[in-house]
Ligand binder design. Sequence first.
Ligand SMILES: NC(=O)c1ccc[n+]([C@@H]2O[C@H](COP(=O)([O-])OP(=O)(O)OC[C@H]3O[C@@H](n4cnc5c(N)ncnc54)[C@H](O)[C@@H]3O)[C@@H](O)[C@H]2O)c1
Length: 344
Amino acid sequence: MKKRVAIIGGGQIAEKVHVAYYKTREDLEVVAVVGVNEESLRSFAERNNIPNYYTDATEMYAKESPEIVSVCTPNKYHFESVMQALENNCDVFCEKPPAILAEDARKMYETALAKGRILAYDFHHRFADDVSIVKENIEQGLLGDIYFVKVKALRRNGIPGWGNFTNKVIQGGGPLIDLGIHMLDTALYVLDYPKVKKVTAKMFKKIGHKKDEGAFGKWDPSKFEVEDSLFSYIELENGCLIQLETSFALNIKEKSEMNVELCGDQAGASMFPAEIYTDEKGELVTLLKREEADPDRHSKSIAAFVDRCLGKNVMLADGKQGYAIQQLVEAIYQSAEKGESISL
Ligand SMILES: NC(=O)c1ccc[n+]([C@@H]2O[C@H](COP(=O)([O-])OP(=O)(O)OC[C@H]3O[C@@H](n4cnc5c(N)ncnc54)[C@H](O)[C@@H]3O)[C@@H](O)[C@H]2O)c1
């Protein structure tokens, strides 16, 4: 019997990643898509050979009885969509960020636990081969004691000209909750999601309300409500310091930087592509170097979720980690808004 899959939010990520992957599996069938606009839903369903579409999720659950649900709605609606899917006893794969509020991410995590359902988030960068290679070497002690980590998710002129990315209420914020959260998850994952002690952050809105066009199209500067860059120091309980830099728009040299660098007392590592380096007797030494970063992260992320649904014990970005990262993101925004450090 094929497992029945429903998509909540038939937009671009649902089509390019979720439906595209589910269609490669013979053990799954996408039975329905839910959205708000009937015309675009019809066309989504037709293009992707999905038999039914609904503007009412309650009706969809009653008629289709899906077992697996992908939540691909805008950030603001992740919470209600995930909770409804869990209440209907589905396993859920939710796009990032988990939610807008940490309290909501906590409820999602606890509901999944109480219902005995799988809840996973699409933090797909951690599924790159580069990450598993670096993580294995960390576990074998190659880097020694890691005490400083740089997390960069930077775009020089990449304010998105589509979707809701500049709308604070729907998105919950700017580059931190959209881009920075990806690299932050990668860093926390290789460090085994350590406990955070304190965060200090500062954010800026210096460009998005003045310009109206960038590498990712045009936006309305009068509706630019989010930060365009944010910088934070995150102190971990084990003494390690994470420095986070994230931007949609920032006058830096590179067009874009998405990376994590880890500094240990024996060696350092850069994640994308994986590279590990040290020095011996005054010479710089490369211990490991991949030429290119693994591009195939998204399908590995969703494949892991499906494998877990089918009973395999594979790694996921799970509800507990989703709650932890949402707490951290919330604390970073609070610190930036209040202009003071926040203890967790
Ligand atoms: N993992 C990644 O790298 C990645 C990449 C892109 C987007 N995303 C995430 O995916 C989500 C969707 O992004 P997108 O770019 O596909 O946006 P999108 O605007 O293309 O699609 C969102 C869809 O949800 C529908 N929708 C809105 N409110 C709804 C509701 N209450 N119930 C059901 N459907 C609703 C919209 O009509 C639209 O079709 C966002 O949370 C975003 O952060 C993640």
